[in-house]
Write a protein that binds this ligand. Structure first.
Ligand code: GAF
Length: 401
């Protein structure tokens, strides 16, 4: 409860509450969200924590353990994009979108802490937005449905911070369930929980933070998004989601746009394939009324999912061109050391790789895959990667203090 300690040290007194919003990893569906497609992320155990208390007045005072420079004061009246920059733009953006949607944000003090590595592509920005959204709505007595909070947090990032992200990360942080991946249809915004418990079949999820820092603000992300929109325009569809047959893309003369679109179309299908494998393996499709007890997926399911992960990496590397050297080396080393599959996750150009590995003793972060990736990085003189075991966790929530 380090956020509460920070609160006491910086502001004095006790916070009204402490709220945690998790980061995410993504099992399948990368750069599909802003193309109205499918994504299949899951929440991590790690996240951003906000300890908050209401205070009279129209000022939010923020501090963060990861930003030792001091406190930041945000005047709630007259808040507008561009007025707050740096890390505080994310919480300020949430206050701004809440007010713009007609909710009165209270003045208050908020102390923030995070155990998510920043720049690791594990969605620390969305976790910060979602933790602040929960903290502010709770201390302000605002009762806003989760689905609406997802939209407001995303709008903070798009319209206040100015990064044109899709809706995956905020959805994963606010809507996930422990032991499940979240299937989100980004066109209808319908969600469903897909049972996902690799440990039950002796498998595990290993995140490799490649230490190549990932930034969504450097323009490449926006460029990919514009290319997808241009491909859809030339093909005469509202978005690439409307295409399911890669052969339809032959009508695109431009080879770059054709590759970008092929990634999106094939990744949407891979999401559906993974969901089919997980549902079939747990018996969910066979037991609509819940009459048949679900059985844990067999290892063969993870072999199949792993094959799709490896395929997705190739697609992100060669067609969408968002991978980076450390990710390619980590994936290659992981596969050679016996991972079922591995791929880069998130926006790209830095961040993390997700590997699905055999973990008969329940510890995915130990063993041959870790050793092989560590060795491959050392052999190239690269900074040693960081490893995290990922377990599909619950969505944002209030913590007991
Ligand atoms: C980032 C974005 F924030 C998401 O919306 C998504 O587009 C992802 O990159 C790529 O799948 O995390």
């Amino acid at each position: 409860m380090r956020a509460a300690e920070l609160f006491r040290a910086r502001f004095g007194g006790t916070p009204d509450g402490v709220w945690l919003a998790p980061g995410r990893a993504n099992l399948m569906g990368e750069h599909t969200d802003y193309n109205d497609g499918y994504v299949l992320p899951f929440a991590l155990g790690q996240g951003v924590t906000a300890a908050a208390a209401r205070r009279p007045g129209r000022v939010l005072t923020l501090c963060s353990r990861q930003e030792p420079a001091g406190t930041v004061e945000i005047a709630l009246d007259g808040l507008a994009p561009g007025r707050v920059t740096g890390w505080a733009a994310y919480p300020a953006g949430v206050a701004w979108t809440l007010e713009a949607a007609g909710h009165r944000v209270p003045g208050g003090c908020v102390a923030i802490d995070s155990d998510l590595p920043a720049g690791a592509g594990l969605s620390s920005s969305a976790a910060l937005e979602c933790a602040i959204a929960l903290a502010l709505t709770s201390i302000g007595g605002l009762d806003i449905p989760r689905g609406e909070l997802v939209t407001l947090a995303r709008r903070a990032e798009n319209d206040f911070v100015g990064v044109p992200t899709g809706i995956m990360d905020q959805s994963a942080s606010l809507l996930s369930q422990a032991g499940h991946a979240l299937l989100l249809d980004c066109r209808s915004l319908e969600t469903s929980q897909v049972p996902f418990d690799p440990a039950a079949a002796g498998a595990g999820l290993l995140l490799v933070n490649t230490r190549a820092k990932h930034e969504l603000t450097d323009g490449e992300y926006g460029r990919r998004r514009a290319e997808c929109e241009e491909a859809a325009r030339r093909l005469g569809v509202p978005s690439l989601r409307y295409l399911t047959d890669p052969a339809d893309l032959d009508r695109l003369d431009d080879p770059v746009l054709r590759r970008r679109a092929r990634h999106v179309v094939t990744d949407n299908q891979r999401v559906l394939d993974v969901v089919g494998l997980l549902n079939a393996a747990t018996g969910a499709l066979l037991a609509p009324g819940g009459t048949t007890p679900p059985s844990p997926p067999a290892t063969s399911t993870y072999h199949e999912i792993g094959r799709l992960l490896a395929q997705a990496h190739v697609s992100l590397r060669d067609d969408f061109e968002v991978s980076w050297p450390e990710a390619d080396v980590a994936v290659e080393a992981a596969l050679a050391a016996g991972a079922f599959g591995a791929r880069m996750i998130g926006g790209g150009f830095g961040g993390s790789v997700l590997a699905l590995v055999p973990a008969p003793d329940g510890s995915p972060s130990e063993g041959p895959v870790r050793d092989a990736v560590t060795g491959a990085f050392a052999g190239r003189g690269w900074t040693a990667p960081e490893f995290l075991a990922a377990v599909p966790a619950a969505s944002a929530r209030r913590l007991d203090t």
